[in-house]
Design a protein around this ligand. Structure first.
Ligand SMILES: Cc1cc2nc3c(=O)[nH]c(=O)nc-3n(C[C@H](O)[C@H](O)[C@H](O)COP(=O)(O)OP(=O)(O)OC[C@H]3O[C@@H](n4cnc5c(N)ncnc54)[C@H](O)[C@@H]3O)c2cc1C
Length: 459
């Protein structure tokens, strides 16, 4: 049964656009201020090595230190970016933060490579001498090796054939090691950070903050265990998908917005207890049950059908801003889903049906074949309940009676979206290649980029 009081819980989790923009501006300003402070260190706290350098040599040495310090700041920022922190998700959205995490990795690798060159060249050498007194520089060499290996392995993990969960575990340990080596390197390599100076104090504060945040992030699992859920239903949902439903073991309601996702792990004889990200395909208007619709596409998802009723589950979230509730309430909606990318749309449509939302919605849903369609019966029911819903199923593999066939391209989209307002909020979720093509076509069809919202099923 739909729950009447849950709009509160949905809207309560929403930060207004204005507040969000203010918070984002404040955080960016704080970061820029910190960067300015970090870049000022080689000027305001010159080390003796700089006193005897002039011209290009001094510039190179100073630039090297500035690059190294910028890389250090970015390394410290990697934890809040990837740490699945809810307050930051509300402002920037977690998928966006993870994208930044990846882009920062490029910047860190490049800065870390240039930094030693700029510092060593003015000294007339390219290699750190093998002498005991240069131990902080050798820590720096180790740090560089760690940073570059971590970058290469993360970037080319699949080509190297490392499973995601193995990589994630190593990546987290390496991240902590890099932060530790960085602190030792910075504190002992330059006299700018000599005892009792302000830069040394700043590094100590940053290191303490990093350690506390790391402990908080790593203890998430323990906190999740305090609010367990129980598997209440496991059923085939069509194609290679399984529908898993959870109910809270304690009297706690999980507050979320339709379209959001969460990390779920299970305590089960059939499934390894590692957390994976899934959209909540249920609707917050029926808050007693959480539903995930999971496509078997890898070693972990293939085991999910083996879950048993009563297995314990742990949910971390919700995350993301992929929801019609984050757009104006009177806006026409367009939803374009590929395969299992239907799950966030399903949650939004279920919510709208419970609310009796009459606004026009065009749902284009592309599947390989009819046998891949999930919740086929319920989709028909939703179409009957939602007076504004226009559903356009398409089939990419074979033409079946009553269905369009072929891939979504500019021409088909133009025909399907003919008559839709260009002010519509457009939601796109599906395989990455399809999403890229659809978003390019939508822009070519004069849908503004700021009205197109997308969710990628891979972080
Ligand atoms: C925001 C979001 C929402 C999603 N919603 C759904 C959904 O509703 N239904 C659905 O079927 N799938 C969904 N996915 C995809 C789902 O998370 C992956 O299919 C699943 O984790 C694959 O696990 P695997 O080990 O079986 O596959 P693998 O082949 O081992 O992994 C495939 C890819 O999944 C990702 N992945 C694997 N393990 C993890 C992990 N422990 N943590 C994070 N990512 C991991 C990695 O990008 C990896 O490359 C969603 C993903 C994201 C990011």
């Amino acid at each position: 049964m739909p729950h009447q009081g849950d709009d509160r819980s949905s809207t309560a989790t929403m930060v207004t656009q204005k507040m969000r923009a203010l918070w984002a501006a404040a955080i960016v300003a704080l970061l820029l201020l910190t960067l300015a402070g970090v870049l000022a260190i080689p000027f305001a706290f010159e080390s003796p090595s700089m006193w005897y350098k002039f011209g290009m040599e001094k510039t190179s040495l100073r630039a090297g230190k500035m690059l190294g310090l910028t890389a250090g700041l970015l390394i410290f920022l990697q934890l809040p970016l990837a740490g699945r922190l809810k307050p930051l998700d509300r402002i920037f959205s977690l998928p966006g933060l993870i994208r930044q995490h990846r882009m920062h990795a490029w910047a860190i690798a490049i800065l870390a490579l240039i930094h030693p060159l700029c510092v060593l060249i003015p000294e007339g050498r390219l290699i750190v001498p093998l002498e005991m007194r240069y131990w902080p520089e050798w820590i720096g060499v180790g740090l560089l090796v760690f940073i570059l290996s971590q970058f290469v392995v993360s970037r080319w993990r699949q080509s190297v054939g490392i499973a995601f969960h193995t990589w994630l575990r190593l990546h987290r340990i390496a991240g902590l090691l890099v932060a530790g080596l960085l602190v030792v390197h910075v504190l002992y390599v330059s006299e700018s950070f000599s005892e009792s100076g302000l830069p040394r104090l700043a590094v100590a504060v940053a290191a303490a903050a990093f350690l506390l945040l790391w402990l908080w992030v790593r203890s998430t699992r323990l906190r999740m265990r305090r609010k367990p859920y129980l598997v209440s239903r496991v059923e085939p949902a069509g194609g290679d998908c399984t529908c898993v439903e959870l109910t809270a073991a304690a009297q706690t309601l999980f507050s979320y917005v339709p379209g959001q996702f969460a990390w779920v792990s299970f305590e089960s004889a059939a499934v390894v207890p590692e957390p994976h990200a899934f959209t909540l395909s249920s609707t917050p208007s029926r808050p007693m049950m959480l539903q995930f619709t999971i496509r078997a596409c890898g070693d972990w998802t293939r085991t999910v059908a083996g879950l048993s009723i009563g297995d314990r589950a742990f949910v971390q979230g919700p995350f993301g801003r992929f929801s019609h509730l984050y757009t104006d309430p009177d806006r026409e909606l367009i939803m374009i889903a590929g395969g299992i990318g239907i799950t966030p749309m399903l949650s939004m449509l279920r919510f709208m049906a419970d609310r009796g939302d009459p606004r026009p919605v065009t749902l284009i849903w592309s599947n390989r074949g009819k046998e891949n369609v999930v919740f086929a019966d319920e989709m028909d029911e939703l179409a009957a309940k939602l007076t504004g819903l226009r559903m356009i199923p398409i089939c990419t593999r074979i033409a079946e009676s009553g269905e369009r066939s072929g891939r979504l391209d500019w021409k088909t989209l133009e025909i399907m979206l003919n008559g839709c307002s260009r002010r519509s909020a457009v939601f796109v979720c599906g395989p990455p290649q399809m999403m890229r093509q659809v978003i390019t076509d939508l822009k070519a069809l004069s849908f503004p980029a700021r009205s197109i919202f997308s969710e990628v099923f891979g972080l």
